[in-house]
Each structure stands twice: as structure tokens, then as C-alpha cells.
Design a protein around this ligand. Structure first.
Ligand code: FMN
Length: 397
């Protein structure tokens, strides 16, 4: 990608701060970045930060004598292989859809002869407004590419679609648009389980666990970003489905297994969910009442083993990965689990380390028949991205 260059238009939204991280990732990937910062964008990030990370001058003015003498606005609009708009505000989308050219960013979008990729970011009501829907349809019809938006909590306190895609997902979309092998899992199917299961004791009580689902959701998103067709089988979580992922919501281990089997055949299965080993034998249809006989005994029976079932299935995915959350003797337990379950890798994590369960970071070890490889503590998103790349490599073999 060393010879590739993007013109990055940064619009005026809260998500502009993510454009800085995107710039850093692009430079790390060897892609040149020439930034255009709108006047509104400059209210959110400084030209100095953008310029320092891009290692290039930041362009903002349409009527600048020096800029126009050095690089005219038409030349600027064509000086890259791809024009990226991140964040793409409702305003920039409206201007581009309707051919307005009242400032440098919109003029560049109208004058360019290069492909355009937009990463929209706006309040959910702005995104759902009929005007934005119209503009989106017009831009798609004009061949503009899109990444995101994601669904989730917004800076304004509302919830829904409109959050800008995360920088790694935008990077993948840029690399794909630039023609690299950024989507090596295109045409591949993946099943990812995530979150806890919830096993009913009676109609109001449950046995569940502290899994947040964050790591599994991040892996589902990372596999989708590499082009895989992902079914995310999720226990109850508070998370929004990552973009491009089909989510099937379940509660119990038995439902989770049925949903996984319904999603077969697949090339990859990643069992990240914290599945309850046992469930109450009898799920009464009435709430158990307090009484003079004291607390009721709850007899547990074993749940189906989803990882082992998929590993031994006659429709076994080519690569089956299990997660092992352990609190002690992590390596030994992971090695034993690998042998017992019949999967290809066990990703072991020590959940006794404070902040792993429910937190944003994870320190993992990958256990395979060949040995153990330890990774430093990383954000769960980065763990997911690296694991997804590793899985793509494995399928290439
Ligand atoms: C605090 C704040 C946050 C904003 N966030 C967004 C946003 O996320 N998306 C958006 O489309 N507009 C947002 N706006 C409105 C835009 O900044 C405004 O429409 C501006 O004219 C966009 O200019 P530009 O498209 O040239 O960057 C926000 C405004 C404020 C004051």
C-alpha cells in the first residue's frame, strides 16, 4: 500500500476525534493521507493534530491564494487514489448528494474523479430523517461507498444507528477500496457465540454469569470486517450488533447450540460465549415460593457442550476455536480443554486478572497442538482484529 494515497475529508461531528486514529492507522499501513478539515471539523479537532499524524499539510480554505497557487482545488481533489469522508456529516452527505460546492470539502467531492468512501456519523434522528435517507440513496446510486454507521449509544445520550464505524473497520474498508487483500474472508461463513447464557430456575429466576460479550462481539465484527458472512449467536448482553453481522439472540445453552447448528455449514466457529455448564433440572412454570420447609434444593444437570459438539459434528467447520476463561492453572486447563473438546485452538484468558471479565482489555494465550503463544495485554478490539487475521491466515493454508 506504500504507493497509495487517500484524501481524507474530516467533517464537523463529535466523531472527528476518531479521524485522528484513522489517520494514524492509515499511516501505519503505509497509506498516504492528505487531509481536508471543514470549518466545523476544526471545532472538534485541531489542524495541528491532523497535520502531525498525517505528516502532510491540512487544507481548509477554498479561497486561499497560497493553497491555490501550490495545489489548486481541482488537483487536490484528484491527488489521491480514494476520497474518504470521516466523519461524513448529514451536511456533507446532503451537499455531495445534491452537487453543492460552497466550500473546499464539497468542491473536492464534486470535482473528484476518484472513488469516494463515506463513514457517516450523526444523531440517530438525523440519520433516520427522510432527507438523509434520500441523500444516502442518491449517493449510493452515484457509486459512493459506505462503511457504517454502527448502532449504539451516542455522545448526545440517544441510542440507535448513527455512530461512526470504528477506525479499524474504516481502515479495512479503505484497504478493500484501494484494492488490497483486505477482505480475505470474503465468501467464508463464520459462527461466533458470545455473552453469557441464562438458565431458568423458575419463570423469574436465572443462573447466569458475568460475561459481558465484549470479546465475542469484537471478534464477530473483526471477522465481518475481513469479509466473512458472520452469524453471532448471543446470550443476553447490553451490546449492539457490530455492523454487517447477523445476530441471533438466545438465552439458554440448549438454544445456543440449536442456533449454532442452524447456522451450519460454516468455515469458522468461534465459541467465546460463557456457556453455563449446568442448568436446573426442572424449570417450574410457577415462581418458587418461600415456605416453612426452607430453601428449595436446586438439582443441576449438565448442559450440552457446544464447542465439543461443533468440533465433533459431521459438518465440522474447518477451523473451530474455543475460549477458556480460567482463574488458575490457565495453561494446563487450556491444554486439557483442547484435547478434550477436539477443537483446533483454545484461546485462554485468565479471568482472575481484575478487569478482564466485563473490562475492555484482554491478555490471551493461543493454545494449539503446536504449542502456546502468549500475547501482551491489548484492547479487546485489537485482540479480535489480530485473531481474525490469524484465522484468515489459517484458512489460506
Ligand atoms: C456539538 C456538536 C456535535 C455535532 N455532531 C454532529 C454529528 O455527529 N454529525 C453531523 O452530521 N452533524 C453534527 N453537528 C452539526 C454539524 O457540525 C453542522 O451541521 C456543520 O455545519 C457541519 O459542517 P461540515 O459538514 O462542513 O463539517 C454537530 C454540531 C455540534 C455543535
Amino acid at each position: 500500500m506504500a504507493d497509495k494515497r487517500v484524501l481524507l475529508i474530516v467533517g464537523g461531528g463529535i466523531a472527528a476525534y476518531k479521524a485522528l486514529e484513522l489517520t494514524r492507522l492509515l499511516r501505519k499501513a503505509g497509506v498516504g493521507v492528505r487531509p481536508i478539515l471543514t470549518a466545523a471539523g476544526a471545532q472538534f479537532v485541531t489542524p495541528l493534530s491532523l497535520s502531525a499524524l498525517a505528516e502532510d499539510k491540512v487544507y481548509s480554505e477554498l479561497f486561499s491564494l497560497t493553497d491555490e497557487a501550490e495545489m489548486g482545488h481541482i488537483e487536490l481533489s484528484r491527488s489521491a487514489d480514494l476520497v474518504v469522508v470521516a466523519p461524513a456529516t448529514a451536511d456533507l452527505m446532503a451537499k455531495a448528494a445534491n452537487g453543492l460546492a460552497g466550500d473546499l470539502a464539497s468542491t473536492a467531492l464534486l470535482a473528484t474523479d476518484k472513488p469516494v468512501l463515506m463513514a457517516p456519523a450523526m444523531n440517530v434522528r438525523m440519520w433516520n430523517h427522510p432527507a438523509t435517507r434520500r441523500n444516502l440513496a442518491l449517493l449510493k446510486a452515484d457509486g459512493v461507498l459506505f462503511v457504517g454507521p454502527d448502532e449504539g449509544a451516542m455522545a448526545c445520550g440517544e441510542y440507535g444507528p448513527g455512530r461512526m464505524a470504528e477506525p479499524p473497520a474504516i481502515l479495512e474498508a479503505i484497504l478493500a477500496a484501494l484494492g488490497g487483500d483486505a477482505r480475505p474472508l470474503t465468501g467464508r461463513r463464520a459462527i461466533v457465540t458470545a455473552g453469557p447464557t441464562a438458565e431458568p430456575i423458575d419463570p423469574v429466576r436465572l443462573i447466569t454469569n458475568r460475561s459481558s460479550g465484549k470479546q465475542g462481539y469484537a471478534i464477530a465484527g473483526a471477522l465481518a470486517a475481513l469479509g466473512a458472512d458472520v452469524t453471532l449467536v448471543s446470550g443476553p448482553t447490553a451490546l449492539a450488533a457490530p455492523s454487517g453481522v447477523k445476530r441471533v439472540e438466545v438465552e439458554t445453552a440448549r438454544q445456543m447450540l440449536a442456533a449454532c447448528e442452524a447456522a451450519l455449514p460454516a468455515d469458522i466457529a468461534v465459541c467465546v460465549a460463557a456457556v453455563a455448564d449446568w442448568r436446573p433440572e426442572a424449570e417450574g412454570d410457577r415462581k418458587i415460593k418461600k415456605g416453612p420447609e426452607g430453601p428449595p434444593p436446586i438439582r443441576l444437570v449438565e448442559n450440552p457442550d457446544i464447542l465439543a459438539t461443533l468440533s465433533k459434528s459431521d459438518r465440522r467447520p474447518k477451523l473451530v476455536v474455543g475460549f477458556a476463561a480460567e482463574t488458575n492453572d490457565v495453561d494446563d486447563h487450556a491444554r486439557a480443554k483442547l484435547a478434550k473438546k477436539g477443537c483446533d485452538w483454545i484461546v485462554a484468558n485468565d479471568v482472575s486478572i481484575e478487569g478482564t471479565m466485563g473490562g475492555d482489555d484482554n491478555a490471551i494465550a493461543i493454545v494449539t497442538a503446536g504449542g502456546i503463544e502468549r500475547w501482551d495485554r491489548l484492547p479487546k478490539g485489537e485482540v479480535a482484529r489480530r485473531l481474525a487475521e490469524r484465522m484468515a491466515e489459517e484458512l489460506r493454508k
